[in-house]
Design a binder for this molecule. Structure first.
Ligand code: FEO
Length: 166
């Protein structure tokens, strides 16, 4: 049976993953409104991945005999000044999530909850990828600046993102 402290922290993390899904969907909607179809596609894919992350926690809580408690999800922003600003926000958001996962790992160690600690390893690795992919796009956007042709090319590149296999 899962300990109360770990159960609460996992529910909190699940909420953050659902918020991430919502945030990336808001970013997708923003890009759709500007007709950046490729950026919008990338954000939709990211939103779906975050939903899957939340559901992994849902499943883990259920399997461990814990109670899933869904919480209110904050309203995400809806306006950004440039594609670069959107991806900078995404990158900063992922850094916060990484910290949150790291705190959860520490908690599961302190509570000697080895199944949760092992379960979280997947998230630790995933965060490395999530931060790297957001940062790579920020760097590309820094190079591109406001140059229309290059932005259009990058939009096309991001539009090729395939769904995750996990
Ligand atoms: Fe599920 Fe992007 O953290």
């Amino acid at each position: 049976m899962i300990k109360q402290k770990v159960e609460s922290a996992l529910n909190e993390q699940m909420k953050k993953e659902f918020y991430s899904s919502y945030l990336y969907l808001a970013m997708a909607a923003h890009f759709e409104s500007l007709n950046f179809k490729g950026f919008a596609h990338w954000m939709r894919m990211q939103s779906q991945e975050e939903y899957v992350h939340a559901m992994k926690i849902f499943q883990h809580l259920t399997e461990r005999g814990g109670k899933v408690v869904l919480q209110q999800i904050d309203t995400p922003p809806s306006k950004w000044d440039s594609p670069k600003e959107v991806f900078q926000d995404a990158y900063q958001h992922e850094q916060k999530v990484t910290q949150s996962i790291s705190d959860l790992v520490e908690l599961s160690k302190a509570e000697k909850d080895h199944p949760t600690e092992i379960f979280l390893h997947w998230f630790v690795k995933e965060q490395v990828e999530e931060e790297a992919s957001a940062y790579e796009i920020v760097q590309k956007l820094q190079l591109v600046g406001n140059e229309g042709g290059a932005l259009f090319m990058l939009d096309g590149e991001l539009g090729k993102r395939a769904p995750s296999k996990e």
